[in-house]
Write a protein that binds this ligand. Sequence first.
Ligand SMILES: Cc1cc2nc3c(=O)[nH]c(=O)nc-3n(C[C@H](O)[C@H](O)[C@H](O)COP(=O)(O)OP(=O)(O)OC[C@H]3O[C@@H](n4cnc5c(N)ncnc54)[C@H](O)[C@@H]3O)c2cc1C
Length: 427
Amino acid sequence: MAHVVVLGAGLGGVIMAYEVQDHLGPGHKVTVINKGTTYSFVPSNPWVAVGWRERSDIEVDLITTLARRKIRFRPEGAARIHPAENRVELTGGDSVPYDYLVIATGPDLAFDEIEGLGPEGHTQSICQVDHALQAKVAFDNLVAKPGPVVIGAVQGASCFGPAYEFTFIVDTALRRAKVRDQVPMTFVTSEPYIGHLGLDGVGDTKGLLESEMREHHIKWITNARVKSVADGMMHVEEVAGDGSVKATHELPFSFSMMLPAFRGVEAVRDIEGLTNPRGFILVDKHQQNPTFRNIFAIGVGVAIPPTGSTPVPVGVPKTGFMIESMVTATAMNIASLVEGKEPHEVATWNAVCLADFGDSGVAFVAQPQIPPRNVNWSSSGKWVHYAKIGFEKYFLRKIRIGKSEPFYERLALKALGIDKLKVTHTD
Ligand SMILES: Cc1cc2nc3c(=O)[nH]c(=O)nc-3n(C[C@H](O)[C@H](O)[C@H](O)COP(=O)(O)OP(=O)(O)OC[C@H]3O[C@@H](n4cnc5c(N)ncnc54)[C@H](O)[C@@H]3O)c2cc1C
C-alpha cells in the first residue's frame, strides 16, 4: 500500500488528491494537509473585492468534501517538510509520514520586499479572499469619496492577468456606481510593455490591452519598479532598457491594489536540492523533484524560469489550465511508480487564460509558453466574461462533488482547436 500526501488544498491540491486517488485505486491511502478547513476559489477574488461575490459563494468546506471520498485530512498546516525522513511536520508538532509527497502550497506573498506594500501597509490585495474582503471596504470608501486609483503588479511579479482583470473590473464597477468620471486610473507594471504578461505577449495581447486601456481612459507606466508606498502615495521608478532610471513618478492614490512578487512558502523554503533561491520547487518534465524522487510539485509553487530578460524582473504566470495539466501528469506518474514503472507523463504547461473585465474580457492561449509558438492566440469580447463565470461554476462544482474529470478544460482546448494536449516543456 502506498501513502500519498498532498500538501496544500488550493486550486491544484484538491483536484490532485482526487486524481491521484482515482489513478491509484483502492488499497492505497491519500492524505491532504492544508492550512485551514476551507477551499477558496482564488480566481473569483477580484469579484469579491468589488462586491460581485460573497465569501460563501466561492468557498467549499473541505472536511465533508474530503471525508466523502475517504481522503484523510489534516488542517493544521505544515511547519516544515523533512524530505530525507519522508515526513511532513505539522504546526502542532505531529508528523505525517509519506511514500509520495505532492507539494501544492501555492505562493507566499512577498509584500515585505517593498516598504508599505500590501494589506498591512497601504495597498490592497486580491490574492486571498480575506484580502479581497478588506479591499471591498476600501473600494466602498472610494465610491463614497472618489479619488485616483493605482492598480498593477510590482517587480518580480508573475501574475499579471489578475492585475489587468482587476483594473477593468474596477473601471466597470465605478461606471456602474456613476463615479468613474471622478477617478483618474493608472496601471503600473514591471512588464516591459502592456500585454507582455510574463510571456513576451501572446497573439496581439499588446494591441488588445493597450487599446482597451485607451478606450477606458486608463494611463499606464511600464518597466516600473515600486520603490515604496506611503499612505496615499506610491513612489515609482521607470527603468530604461539599459537598467538606468529613466523617470521617477510620485503617484497619489485613494485606492491601490498591487500584485506582489511570489516566493515559495516557509515550510518548503531553503531545502537543499528541493527548492530554488526563491523557494520554488525544482521539478523535471514529470513534475518530479530531481533530488528527492518521491516528491512532486504542482501549481504556483513550481519553479519555472522567466521567458527572457527584461529591464525590471518579471516571472512566468502559472494559470489554472496549466496547473490542471500538471495535476494529471503527476497523478499518472505516481501511479506508474507505485506499479514499479518509470514516470512518463509530461504536463503541457500551456498558458490558457481568461481575463474578465466585468462586461467583456481578453482570452489567450500560448502553446508552448516560450515564443516562437505553435499556438499564439488572443481574442476579446463579451464571451470571455461568460466563459470565466462558466469556469468558476464548473471548477467549484468539481471541488464540491469530488470529481476530478478535466472536462471543461478539454472542451475549451477543443474549441480553440488544440487537441494535442501533451507537449514537452523546456527544462
Ligand atoms: C487574484 C488571482 C486571480 C487569478 N485568476 C486566475 C484565473 O482567472 N484563471 C487562472 O487560470 N488562474 C488564475 N490565477 C492563477 C492561479 O490559477 C491561482 O493562483 C491558483 O489559485 C494557484 O493554485 P495553487 O494550487 O498553486 O495555489 P493556491 O490555490 O494558492 O493553494 C495553495 C494552498 O496551499 C495552502 N498552504 C500554503 N502553505 C501551507 C502550509 N505550510 N501547509 C499546508 N497548506 C499550505 C494554502 O492554504 C492553499 O490552500 C489567479 C491568481 C490570483 C492571485
